[in-house]
Design a protein around this ligand. Structure first.
Ligand SMILES: NC(=O)c1ccc[n+]([C@@H]2O[C@H](COP(=O)([O-])OP(=O)(O)OC[C@H]3O[C@@H](n4cnc5c(N)ncnc54)[C@H](OP(=O)(O)O)[C@@H]3O)[C@@H](O)[C@H]2O)c1
Length: 324
């Protein structure tokens, strides 16, 4: 097993992506130090403590992105750091306090702990397509977005895209800090993540699918890239383990408008009541392409959107978010 005898840490371990990351790291034999905001909240910890290998090789730590030095003890003695914690929701009442400060200052806090710790060999940052694709350039069917694209903070501000702004500022600051402090960092930039939930709470990207099957009359007039959570977690570990991995990796199985997502759901579940019209009368937002070339060098096979949607619906049903 590739991780045997090695200690790594995962921030925000109770979240959707990080829970999968912890599961796969334990499967590969790693010892995992994992941070959660509130270790006394069983909704955030029970599913982690129940993972195979957790009893022997998982240790939970309390840490908050907003507290300087909070991650020192988590990172202590780790060879690899997976920084995944960051708030992901779309309609903050105070964007600065709720999204930007935890994303930006939190990333610098975690990297600050890494800089103090000579055992750390590589940091894998969970960034997002949110930090790639929002730069005001048109996104149409002939456009191929790749790792050379960077979202533009001014464009995000103008369009009140606060989550995108938080991820853009955080990734940018992370690259600067890593360069100045000699930290070997790799960024993973996934699009909308779907697939089975390990945690008992509902995260934002899974809620996007729940909203379609839960009786809504309309679907959003939007096109997003979609990617399976198992591919995302695997890409993080590959980015850590493959010595030549570097820079950023966009992760998108394919870009699809919500109308196409609804069509796939209809084929999979003909009896479901699904929305039949777009939320506005404007032309459909075009789809675009996101290059998969660099991600393929991490050995990612890309689980299909169809499979991901099926897994998401089954998981939402099993967790009783749907069908009761
Ligand atoms: N899901 C997607 O579609 C997607 C796509 C691209 C990138 N990402 C990125 O992937 C990462 C994880 O997202 P996710 O989808 O797994 O979301 P999630 O389930 O909501 O997980 C977010 C994690 O961040 C933690 N967190 C938030 N604020 C914190 C704070 N002040 N201090 C400490 N921890 C804090 C949360 O802790 P609590 O559980 O205590 O709230 C949670 O563990 C984020 O960096 C997100 O930007 C997600």
């Amino acid at each position: 097993m590739s991780g045997e005898g090695k200690t790594v840490c995962v921030t925000g371990a109770s979240g959707f992506i990080a829970s999968w990351l912890v599961k796969l790291l334990l499967q590969r034999g790693y010892t995992v130090r994992a941070s959660v905001r509130d270790p006394s909240d069983q909704k955030k910890t029970d599913h982690l403590l129940a993972l195979d290998g957790a009893k022997e090789r998982l240790r939970l730590f309390k840490a908050n992105l907003l507290e300087e030095g909070s991650f020192d003890s988590v990172v202590d003695g780790c060879e690899g750091v997976f920084h995944t914690a960051s708030p992901f929701f779309i309609t903050p009442s105070d964007p600065q306090a709720e999204l930007i400060e935890p994303a930006l200052n939190g990333t610098l806090n975690v990297l600050g702990s890494c800089a103090k710790n000579p055992t750390v060999k590589r940091v894998v940052l969970t960034s997002s397509v949110a930090a790639v694709a929002y730069n005001g350039r048109p996104r149409t069917s002939d456009v191929i977005i790749d790792e050379t694209w960077f979202s533009d903070p001014e464009s995000c501000k103008e369009n009140k895209l606060w989550y995108q702004l938080s991820k853009t500022l955080a990734e940018d600051a992370a690259w600067k800090f890593a360069k100045e402090n000699g930290i070997d960092m790799v960024a993973i930039n996934p699009a909308m993540v779907i697939g089975p939930l390990l945690q008992p709470t509902l995260n934002t990207s899974s809620a996007a699918i729940l909203n379609l099957i839960n009786g809504s009359q309309t679907y959003p007039n939007a096109s997003f890239g979609w990617i399976n959570v198992k591919d995302v977690a695997n890409a993080h570990i590959q980015a850590y383990e493959i010595p030549s991995a570097n820079g950023r990796y966009c992760l998108v199985e394919r870009v699809a408008h919500y109308s196409e997502v609804v069509n796939i759901l209809h084929k999979l579940y003909p009896s479901f009541q699904l929305p039949e019209k777009s939320a506005d009368d404007k032309p459909f937002m075009p789809t675009y392409q996101v290059s998969r070339e660099k991600a393929k060098t991490l050995g990612i096979d890309f689980i299909s959107l169809e499979e991901g949607l099926k897994e998401t619906v089954e998981s939402l049903t099993e967790k009783k978010f749907f069908g009761m």
